[in-house]
Design a protein around this ligand. Structure first.
Ligand SMILES: Cc1cc2nc3c(=O)[nH]c(=O)nc-3n(C[C@H](O)[C@H](O)[C@H](O)COP(=O)(O)OP(=O)(O)OC[C@H]3O[C@@H](n4cnc5c(N)ncnc54)[C@H](O)[C@@H]3O)c2cc1C
Length: 383
């Protein structure tokens, strides 16, 4: 159920203040240390950020999609690594249970997910199954009251600290595509499950990705999400929803970079005047703002349609595609407006430039979003 307008404004205001007062001062430190301060994680828990999308009966804030997008926009105004801390609990790590979990599964895990007691990860990608995610090779063989999992997943966000993994594995080796895949909730302490060392990566220091290995891991049948063979569908539904969150988050990052660019351009003087006065600088700022406004309108309109129960597969893919590409262009122009100061680390602009690059790659690359959009166009045209 949607929040009343006053509560919604209060929530957004609280998140805005948390971002401004607590997170922004720590951006450089988190990047330098490649570590999230424990005290900040506790504050995130107290604010309910781990449970934004979890139903209220399980202790979450139960935001509808539009509300979640508005919160994501506010969260975008600081380093993306902060969002990553709880992002999997809000999206890819929890939504399989929210959408497909039985009452028992929900009661067992959702309260801990909402409170932040359980950190979750989503384990779909494998060395040989990236964009072609229906081709997962990790196997799940039924043996009595459990499935036995064998295989490896890679690039798994928050795997270093996850308590629960939503894992897609092949239950039917005779079916090559998605129809042979099932989804499971796998607990971290399951014997045979191990996690590799965090990867060194281009940006978002403070957020970790690791490989996850399954060596004869016994997962109770009771931990399967949905029916056998439904796992690829589960994964796609989860990613479909996440596209609006990521797109909105990109809008927030763009807003931050635009604000920083306007401030810098107003202060920095060349040729005896603020560089803001130069129309070529104004042109870049106007392009940044126009694209950000377009992305925001698309994200929020699509979120509202989803809340009304409409099929927004195409629009959600378009939102993720446009907004992730848009924030890349905005970050590039921000570096240009800051000049040399944008390239060196002091102002954090180069950090954002690196941080936002991933949004065009994970949860479906831009090319995969294009494929989804085109496929939906054809479907809707009745061809
Ligand atoms: C920081 C980070 C966090 C991540 N977090 C997670 C996570 O938590 N859980 C998880 O499961 N995965 C995660 N991933 C994996 C991520 O989703 C994949 O990297 C992504 O889906 C792309 O797969 P790939 O890297 O194998 O690239 P590939 O699929 O090999 O793609 C390489 C290139 O080929 C293009 N391409 C591929 N197929 C097509 C096609 N049909 N048409 C046109 N172009 C195509 C791609 O667009 C891309 O440009 C993460 C990755 C990173 C880097």
């Amino acid at each position: 159920m949607a929040l009343d307008l006053e509560t919604r404004e209060q929530l957004i205001d609280t998140v805005r203040r948390f971002v401004t007062e607590r997170l922004r001062p720590l951006e450089a430190k988190v990047a330098d240390d490649d570590e999230m301060p424990a005290a900040i994680v506790e504050e995130m828990k107290e604010l309910g950020l781990f449970g934004l999308s979890v139903p209220a009966e399980y202790g979450g804030l139960d935001l509808n999609m539009e509300e979640e997008c508005l919160v994501a926009i506010e969260l975008g105004k600081t380093s993306p690594a902060f969002r990553s801390t709880f992002g999997t609990n809000v999206g890819i790590g929890s939504q399989g249970i929210v959408m497909y979990g039985t009452d028992e599964q929900k009661a067992k895990w959702l309260p801990g997910i909402a409170s932040g007691e359980f950190i979750t990860s989503f384990a779909l990608t494998e060395p040989e199954a990236g964009s072609d995610s229906a081709s997962v090779q990790t196997s799940a063989r039924l043996d009595g009251d459990a499935y036995v999992l064998n295989g490896a997943k890679r690039f798994i966000t928050n795997a270093d600290k996850a308590h629960l993994f939503t894992v897609m594995a092949r239950t039917n080796p005779d079916i090559k595509g998605g129809g042979g895949v099932s989804a499971f909730v796998v607990e971290r302490n399951s014997p045979g499950l191990s996690v590799g060392k965090p990867e060194k990566k281009m940006g978002q220091q403070g957020a970790k990705i690791c490989e996850v290995y399954f060596d004869n891991v016994r997962v109770p049948v009771a931990n399967r999400l949905g029916q056998e063979g439904e796992g690829f569908k589960v994964a796609m539904k989860i990613l479909d929803r996440g596209r609006l969150h990521i797109g909105s988050f990109c809008v927030g990052v763009a807003e931050r970079l635009i604000a920083d660019s306007v401030a810098y351009a107003s202060e920095r003087k060349q040729f005896g005047q603020p560089i803001f006065n130069f129309q070529l600088i104004q042109g870049m700022l106007a392009d940044m703002k126009t694209e950000q406004l377009a992305g925001k309108a698309l994200a929020l309109e699509t979120a509202r349609k989803r809340d009304l129960g409409e099929n927004v597969s195409m629009e959600a893919a378009a939102t993720k595609y446009f907004c992730s590409e848009m924030v890349g262009r905005v970050a590039d122009k921000a570096v240009q407006i800051f000049g040399g100061a944008g390239y060196v680390a002091d102002h954090g602009i180069e950090r954002f430039y690196r941080d936002v690059r991933i949004f065009r790659i994970y949860e479906g690359t831009s090319q995969i979003q294009q494929v989804v959009i085109a496929r939906e166009m054809q479907k809707r045209s009745g061809q």
